[in-house]
Design a protein around this ligand. Structure first.
Ligand code: 0A1
Ligand code: ZN
Length: 893
């Protein structure tokens, strides 16, 4: 660890010098330590460099080292700087090591670690080297066998990847079990578990008749919270067969839930390890959103079995090969099993909230970066979400059928291999016949491009012209690349623009481009390739309103001079759900930015900046919820105003106080003006049916709770009574937490009573306590920063538990901009204190909190001074992890 972490470059990739054919691990867990013995059958890689045998090893105490049965002496090897170098290894040999590790001391949660109910592993990206010596890189694929030994009473469940092959008892009340994985895999997909857990079992019969045992393991007593996860797993298995022809290839598919986990879940072959947050759900403990997230994360990890495990990454620069593709697959699954429109809207919102700022900030990188200091910092919105958008664009450009052929070709060519993003694109190109050479720029260029679109209508020729220009964002990434001697040649992107044209009555016009003999359809996918390109439509009688980038067909910022009337028109008539929503968001953004200026000039409170047209459009929207095809879930999405962070991205210099004031004023105005329809909707949407997280019911709940949220903004006792009543009569967690979140923003006596009663009811359900922490961390009341500090000392908080840190501190830093960016620096100071306390314990989580400073240079000089002081304080910390050092170093650059 050093404060200037060294950089690793894609250009330096060389194939491994040695390969591993098989691994036999023996892990003996004792009180306070474990012995790990490994037997590696290795040979020189005929395609590798003539280099020494080097294995990775981190925090390992070497007990013994043998090569072909001979114990190696001090002159035969060197263990330094996390590398074990063995001098003069033969062409093929058996390497045996024994190491001692201390899983109980492993607070990083990478490698083998202790959590409440036992021992668990996390090996992606580089955790396996913390278990044993190994060439820990994804292009070394080997067959694994693993034997676990542990105390029978304390850890009755012993699991590893693949199939159970033998088990037995031994002295001292101990037992053992051996598992064998029939598929060769990279070490990052290894997993094992020794714990006391309950299990629920089911099975799935694949299309070719394989009976797969599906098992979910959870903390004792939680079996009543597993049904949804297991159903999601079976749904995912079916979907992947139906849509991609991909079958489960093992006899056992296990999901193990653990309360201490840095990320969401992990796709270890046949033995997924999940954050409890994405497994456990019961109507009274989990929200509709939690249920949906469980579906998506279970599907994501399951889909990795093919996109990630059967075909894996050559090196970590190719991370998006598996992640972008697998996110795209789980998104498609989400669109098929939930509402397609709502799912897509939520994805667009996430992309804008998380990825666009990343692409505009100090950590900007392409979906396949050329360099990194700490790989754990590259599990980013860019690699995942923008990566998925890139795959989606291929899907849109070549069409569903060619995409499926491309996937088939990809597996036919690369099953069992570790490959690159180029290999994936080549399969798509060969299967479709579309030249994707230019398209590949999406893999190497950082930054969100802006599409500047201008239109012209010529009544005489009845032609409508769209001129499109691509404007590239300059990012610090290019500067870093240039400084490293890797200057980037930048050029225009190849991307799909899905569009339609609406006439004055909201009808879609038939589309005929110049040169075409007749019109075909009313929605087209235009292929943009040039920096400036013109599209001319013929036989247009009157100037239409363009509906551009339908379904958010490319991850760009669209710059088109829509008038308020255009946007109101699209909100009402666009047949594309995403663009209907988008029109409302654009309109709200324009209004809110005017409101920000008004607040800065001291005239904000008059609300003269809120046009009546907007209020009418929102009233119409609310009415549409009850009309066939309107859909409460879509209306609920449309009622959510752009977030403060998303608005901040639109400003040259961010003024978080004015943004907060404007957004709140607009919410209050809408609540006042739409008081009656909001109340009517609230009462009408009440559902007496037994709880189900499924689409229609959840959609109604989403809208009803959105209405409640607005009504809570009315400074009226009756509205407060409504919120309190909602809390007290709630029959599920979605309703409880909606009311609690509303109350957490109100300075009323009931606030404490409700928060206290919620905590006493749920103090033993960790995931519910997380929600309790989060609603307090995101409260807009003055004093929230001090409250968060106080909550860090509360009995329920544990800085070693990532979920607690994320719920309280990341929520505060990332979702409470008014307080995090307080001009007095108190928010920044809190964040820095936490980062410094957490870094020695869990650098991955510390680094995620540090990322919330990313946009500090967009603020005024006073705030910048405060943020810089804290960033410099962090940077000066001795022995700072490479994780935090990279993030803070880039932020300060
Ligand atoms: N591959 C997992 C994400 C993951 C990555 C790293 C982890 O530990 C550092 C854990 C999980 C996924 O995409 O779901
Ligand atoms: Zn993934």
């Amino acid at each position: 660890m050093s404060n200037t972490p060294s950089t690793i470059y894609l250009k330096d990739y060389t194939p491994p010098a040695y390969l591993v054919d098989s691994v036999a691990l023996d892990i003996a867990i004792h009180v306070g330590f474990a012995f790990v013995s490994s037997r590696l059958t290795m040979r020189r890689n005929p395609a590798g460099a003539d280099a020494a045998l080097v294995l990775n090893g981190e925090d390992l105490q070497l007990e013994s080292l043998k090569l072909d049965g001979r114990t190696l002496g001090a002159n035969d090897f060197l263990y330094a700087d996390d590398l074990l170098t063995i001098h003069q290894a033969p062409e093929a040999f058996l390497l045996e090591t024994v190491v001692r590790i201390e899983p109980d001391q492993n607070t990083q949660l990478s490698g083998l670690y202790r959590s409440k109910d036992g021992y668990f592993t996390q090996c992606e990206a580089q955790g396996f080297r913390r278990i044993t010596f190994y060439p820990d890189r994804p292009d070394v694929l080997a067959k694994f066998e693993c034997t676990l030994h542990a105390d029978k009473t304390a850890f009755p469940i012993l699991l590893a990847n693949g199939n159970p092959v033998a088990s037995g008892s031994e002295d001292d009340n101990r037992h053992w079990a051996t598992w064998e994985d029939p598929f060769a895999k990279p070490a990052y997909l290894f997993a094992c578990v020794a714990a006391k857990l309950d299990v629920i079992e089911d099975h799935y019969v694949t299309s070719s008749g394989r009976r797969v045992r599906c098992a979910v393991y959870v903390e004792p007593g939680k079996l009543d919270q597993c049904d949804h996860a297991i159903a999601a797993l079976k749904k995912s298995m079916k979907w992947d067969e139906d849509v991609f022809g991909l079958e489960m290839d093992l006899d056992h598919y296990m999901i193990v839930a653990v309360g201490d986990f840095n990320m969401g879940a992990m796709e270890n072959k046949g033995l997924n390890i999940f954050n409890t947050k994405y497994v456990l759900a019961r109507p009274d403990t989990a929200t509709d959103t939690d249920y949906q997230n469980i579906d998506r994360v279970v599907a994501h990890e399951y889909f990795h079995n093919w996109t990630g495990n059967r075909v894996t990454c050559r090196d970590w620069f190719q991370l998006s090969l598996k992640e972008g593709l697998t996110v795209f697959r789980d998104q498609q699954f989400g669109m098929d099993v939930h509402s397609a429109g709502v799912t897509r809207i939520q994805e667009v919102r996430t992309l804008r909230a998380a990825q666009f700022p990343e692409d505009a900030g100090p950590m900007a990188h392409p979906i396949r970066p050329e360099s990194y200091a700490e790989i754990n910092n590259f599990y980013t919105a860019t690699v995942y979400e923008k990566g998925a958008e890139v795959i989606r664009m291929i899907h849109t450009l070549i069409g569903k059928d060619a995409f499926r052929k491309g996937m088939d070709l990809y597996f036919a060519r690369h099953d069992g291999q570790a490959v690159t993003c180029e290999d994936f694109v080549a399969a798509m190109q060969d299967a479709s016949g579309l030249d994707l050479t230019q398209f590949k720029r999406w893999y190497s260029q950082a930054g969100t491009p802006r599409l500047v679109v201008r239109s012209r209508f010529d009544a005489a020729t009845r032609r409508y012209t769209l001129e499109v220009e691509q404007v590239f964002a300059h990012t610090p990434y290019e500067d870093r690349m240039a400084a490293d001697g890797l200057p980037q040649a930048r050029g225009p992107y190849h991307l799909p623009i899905v569009l339609g044209l609406l006439d004055a009555d909201g009808r879609e016009l038939p589309l005929q481009l110049v040169g075409e003999s007749n019109a075909t359809g009313s929605q087209r996918t235009l292929q943009l390739r040039e920096a400036q390109q013109t599209f001319i439509f013929e036989n247009i009688d009157a100037e239409p309103v363009p509906s551009l980038l339908r379904g958010f067909s490319a991850p760009v910022v669209l710059d088109y001079p829509y008038s308020t009337a255009d946007l109101v028109h699209l909100m009402a008539y666009d047949r594309d759900a995403v663009n209907r929503w988008e029109a409302g968001q654009r309109l709200a953004t324009d209004i809110l930015l005017a409101g920000v200026t008004a607040f800065q000039q001291g005239t904000g409170e008059t609300t003269g900046w809120i046009p009546q047209d907007y209020i009418l459009a929102m009233a119409r929207l609310l009415g549409a919820a009850f009309v066939e095809g309107g859909g409460p879930a879509l209306v609920a999405e449309a009622l959510v105003l752009p977030s403060e962070n998303v608005l901040a991205e639109q400003m040259g210099v961010v003024d978080p106080d004015a943004i907060h004031a404007a957004r709140l004023a607009l919410r209050r105005t809408l609540a006042r003006e739409l008081r009656e329809p909001l109340l009517a909707a609230y009462f009408e949407l009440k559902d007496e049916a037994p709880y189900s997280p499924e689409g229609a019911q959840a959609g109604k709940r989403a809208l009803r709770n959105a209405c409640l949220g607005y009504l809570a903004e009315l400074n009226e006792l009756s509205a407060q009574a409504l919120v309190i009543g909602h809390f007290e009569t709630a029959g599920n967690m979605t309703d409880s937490i909606a009311a609690l979140a509303a109350v957490a923003n109100l300075d009323i006596p009931a606030r404490h009573a409700l928060l206290d009663s919620f905590y006493s009811k749920w103090r033993d359900e960790a995931l519910v306590v997380d929600k309790w922490l989060q609603v307090q961390a995101t409260s807009r009341l003055p004093g929230t920063t001090q409250d968060v500090r106080a909550l860090m000392a509360h009995e329920s908080f544990d800085i070693r538990n990532p979920n607690k840190v994320y719920s309280l501190l990341r929520a505060f830093c990332a979702a409470n901009p008014q307080h995090f960016h307080a001009a007095d620096g108190s928010g920044y100071k809190l964040a820095a204190d936490v980062i410094l306390q957490l870094d020695p314990l869990n650098p991955q989580v510390a680094s995620r909190i540090a990322r919330t400073f990313d946009r500090w240079k967009k603020f005024d000089p006073v705030r910048q001074r405060q943020a810089r002081a804290q960033l410099e304080r962090i940077r000066a910390q001795e022995n700072l992890s490479s994780d935090v050092a990279e993030v803070v170093g880039k932020a300060l650059d």
